[in-house]
Design a protein around this ligand. Structure first.
Ligand SMILES: Cc1cc2nc3c(=O)[nH]c(=O)nc-3n(C[C@H](O)[C@H](O)[C@H](O)COP(=O)(O)OP(=O)(O)OC[C@H]3O[C@@H](n4cnc5c(N)ncnc54)[C@H](O)[C@@H]3O)c2cc1C
Length: 491
């Protein structure tokens, strides 16, 4: 007989877990506090514009393909992945513009034109980045760290003995400066630490794995926007028999005798002996599981010590006019990157001079904006929410964003025809993201990968975790993997 499994949350990790469980013949019900699927990967329609409110770039496409294959998805059920080139257009404060091409030779030529001494280092750096991926991906991404047998295989023990090659003892920034001389190229490669919400001046250089993932494994646009991917996973899950209950906020996970017994919803009790939580792992362990016992208190303290990733402030702007100077993904760098990260991670205040990310899908999908207009998704990294900074400084950041764009020759303020803002506090409140973090736990310390909550817990029995704050971490491909690992861990 099929076994009942309750999944808390219909974010990408929860959808992946539900699909993998249903493929294994389990009877799955997903409880989602909001009225639609996707979590942080949501969508907004406004005045004829369509926006993704969360992720915009898909990497490691094979993770999605594996999920589709596992579910035996038809061609119609799969989204179309479109390679983006350039992967990103970089605008520097000194007026230089650099296209980071997906084609390494072209990328090197671009770097050569701007920083001749650094061109050859691009290939050396990507080789070094690839080496980290080859040494670590199997153990840290594709397996659950609870899988002791896999962890202690000769191959993995061999990898752990080659620890210096995965570069955990220096910071991302220390390592990029050892490859590149031009501070602008250093800034470009330092930026990748933010892909999991970390600080390049603190995070271990192991995170230099990310440029390999982007440049050599590719960066993709999902035709129709990222929400098309969310819809595709929802419909596959439904085809496999997964049930969805929306506006169903789980108030707690019921436990008796060290085992999960069900979920508390709307004052009632839904019996389950297996629960996969896609709600933020720290939120799950501190707020859904807290029974007030001394043991729960100790556990809460332990989870609260995990440093959240940075948060983000999103402006969704319908913009009149079409800017041929902009690519699909654009970065407008700040004057002083170190100062910006000091604001975000040390002072925990909104950055006074933020780096600005702008993504426009209406270039690839013209139906996303009325004719003669563009849909701008604008993102600034922000500190995670604290009692002192909650919703502080939003108008100031907006002004700084517009200043930065003006500095690059884009005076668009008068052309914003409609606007919506998603603040760090919104992320916290809408999705129960721990302190509004975008990616879950930061990787600002050497042992962060080991401290990240596991997909299967020793206690209580029957509770499994997936999503950005659980192993292997945040970002679309990793949360899809987390769902797979959690489902595999369910016995
Ligand atoms: C602005 C922004 C930009 C990003 N850009 C990128 C990008 O370009 N590329 C990339 O790869 N990643 C990006 N990310 C990260 C990526 O979006 C996330 O890592 C991923 O979507 C998180 O998925 P998740 O499985 O952790 O679930 P979440 O999205 O956190 O969803 C969890 C779900 O659980 C629900 N829930 C929580 N508590 C309860 C409860 N008590 N009861 C019922 N339901 C509950 C929530 O409502 C939510 O739907 C971005 C994120 C943001 C916010």
């Amino acid at each position: 007989m099929a076994e009942d499994i309750g999944v808390i949350g219909a974010g990408l990790g929860g959808l992946s877990a539900a699909i993998h469980l249903a493929v294994r013949g389990k009877d799955v019900t997903v409880f989602e506090k909001n009225s639609s699927v996707g979590g942080k990967a949501s969508e907004l329609q406004m005045d004829g514009f369509r926006f993704d409110t969360g992720p915009s770039l898909l990497t490691m496409p094979f993770v999605l393909e594996q999920l589709y294959d596992a579910a035996d998805a038809s061609a119609e059920e799969r989204v179309e992945l479109v390679p983006v080139d350039p992967i990103c257009r970089y605008f520097y404060p000194d007026g230089t513009v650099l296209d980071a091409s997906a084609h390494e030779e072209t990328f090197r030529a671009q770097v050569r034109a701007m920083a001749p001494d650094d061109a050859d280092a691009v290939t050396r750096f990507l080789d070094y980045s690839q080496r980290i991926y080859e040494l670590t991906s199997d153990i840290f991404l594709f397996h659950s760290l609870t899988d002791l047998k896999a962890l202690l295989s000769w191959k993995n023990v061999g990898i752990l003995l080659r620890l210096p090659q995965i570069d955990p003892f220096r910071t991302v920034h220390a390592r990029t400066t050892s490859f590149f001389r031009d501070p602008r190229i250093v800034q470009l490669f330092d930026r990748y630490a933010t892909y999991n919400g970390s600080n390049p001046y603190a995070a271990p250089a192991t995170l230099n794995i990310i440029p390999y993932v982007e440049y050599r494994l590719g960066g993709y646009y999902v035709r129709g926007g990222m929400y098309a991917l969310v819809r595709s996973l929802e419909s596959i899950a439904r085809r496999l028999g997964v049930r969805f209950r929306f506006d169903a906020r789980v108030e707690g996970i019921a436990v008796a005798g060290g085992k999960v017994t069900g979920l508390r919803i709307d004052g009632g009790h839904e019996p389950f002996d297996t629960v996969v939580s896609n709600a933020d792992a720290v939120f799950t362990m501190t707020r859904l599981l807290d029974d007030g016992s001394p043991r729960a208190l100790r556990r809460t303290r332990r989870y609260e010590r995990l440093e959240p990733s940075c948060s983000g402030l999103v402006f969704l702007w319908g913009v009149r006019g079409q800017n041929s100077r902009l690519a699909h993904h654009n970065i407008f760098f700040s004057d002083d990157y170190a100062e910006e990260f000091d604001d975000i991670f040390t002072r925990r205040v909104p950055p006074r001079d933020p780096t600005v990310y702008v993504s426009i899908t209406s270039h690839a999908d013209p139906s996303h904006a009325p004719e003669g207009h563009e849909n701008w998704f604008v993102l600034v990294n922000m500190p995670y929410v604290t009692d002192e900074n909650r919703d502080a400084g939003i108008p100031e950041v907006r002004a700084a964003v517009l200043r930065r764009l003006r500095h690059a020759g884009l005076d668009i303020e008068g052309d914003i025809v409609c606007e919506e803002t998603v603040t760090p506090a919104d992320l916290e409140q809408r999705y129960n993201a721990n302190r509004g973090s975008i990616y879950g736990i930061s990787s600002n310390s050497r042992n962060a990968a080991f401290l990240r909550p596991r997909n299967a817990l020793r206690s209580p029995k029957g509770l499994y975790l997936c999503g950005g704050a659980a192993h292997p971490g945040g970002g679309v491909p990793l949360v899809l993997l987390s769902g797979k690992l959690a489902a595999e861990a369910v016995r």
